[in-house]
Design a protein around this ligand. Sequence first.
Ligand code: PLP
Length: 458
Amino acid sequence: MTQPAKSNSVAFRDIAFQLHSQTNPEAHEARGPIIVASGKGARVTDIDGKEYIDGMAGLWCASLGFANERLAAAASRQYATLGYYHTFFHRTGDGAATLAEKLVEMTGMEGGKAYFATSGSEANETMVKLAWVYHTVRGKPTKRKVIARQRSFHGSTIAAASMCGLEFMHREFGLPLPGFLHTEAPYPYRGMLTGEDEVAYVERLALELEKMILREGPDTIAAFIAEPIFAGGGIIVPPATYFARIQQVLDKYDILCLGDEIVCGFGRTGEWFGRDTVGMKPDMMALAKGLSSSYFPISAVVMKGEIYDAIRTFNQAGGSFGHGFTNSGHPVGVAVALEAIAIYEEMNIVDHVRRMGARLRGRFEAMAAASPIVGDVRGAGLMLGIELVADKETRLPFAPERQAGPSFDRIALANGLIARCMGDTLGFSPPLIVDDRDVDDIADRCEASLRELETELL
Ligand code: PLP
């Protein structure tokens, strides 16, 4: 795991030359990298031959595990036929057209279109630009602001980072940009007041949103963006009536609803899209990660017909949609995505996720009942979180200096389990191909790690 920094070692070269995402530079220099060398199924092996079960599918993305031969073959076939082409200036390919049709059909976006990009951040930013055109064409060009939620994660490019509701994504860069606002996150475990029931809680959140809209001016707000279930913000499922009530507010003020399905999409929550788990009705959806099981960087926006009509109307005098990425609709990306979706359908991924998710959740709930430091188990499908607390009765969190979450990550890693702490919430989002044995392996290693953590903390 930690490599001695010999001058020609991977660790040495890594420390000397690479800047890592969401990594503390000094800590990285001191402890060195985890050098992942190969993968098979839900497991990866490091350069020293130590095997880990990846309880996070990398970054919530490798839904088909780490060395799927069908995806490799699909990519290889496409590379040998046409390794690159683009979708600017009327160009397309069989794969891009087929995947666009498939995504419109799967999402049920009536009369809609799919637009391809490369990353989740790009897809989210594309939705914002589409929302601006939509309102402009309808004679409302002042509708420009975007309301996101605290705790949300939407990406790292400048507007996507502005939409994040996480302080660490803003502080070095002077973000958010003006015009990107954040309303309160639904977080039942911590957000509900004593004596408040779910209905009253949802009402309070909806009124808070409405107050923000009225304060800013409804004619300045273009869109509201949300993950159906918070991923990086701590795997938080909103109350059952949340999105229906929020939608009433959005409809009242003519505000578009943008669904960030980048983590939730393609079966993760036990439905094809997270939208259907939580009753959200987005006008556009951003898809990435599971779309290709992240075997190729590809993302998409699927939009309703009205949004496309706006682009069409705007350009009626012969203009061209002024947006695009060199690798939009990349033939290898679309070939891999089509193969990934074919596999999901063949294995009936939604049912499989429900079964495996229920098994893992059952184990986590048993652990919670037995552990003095597990306050909450939550999530949907194979997107599950465990929140650690210093006091289960009062829900008192651990003091930050106790490092409860990060300590779990360290112990779990030593025990061959890759999890991911988000503060003191432990995240689990394993490859969707996990079987009973994999689920039990994750649960066994989690349980052993929790025991060790209890010994350290109590
Ligand atoms: N949206 C969500 C919910 C995510 O979790 C992520 C990445 O983790 C993104 C957007 C950004 O995607 P990308 O890193 O591909 O730009």
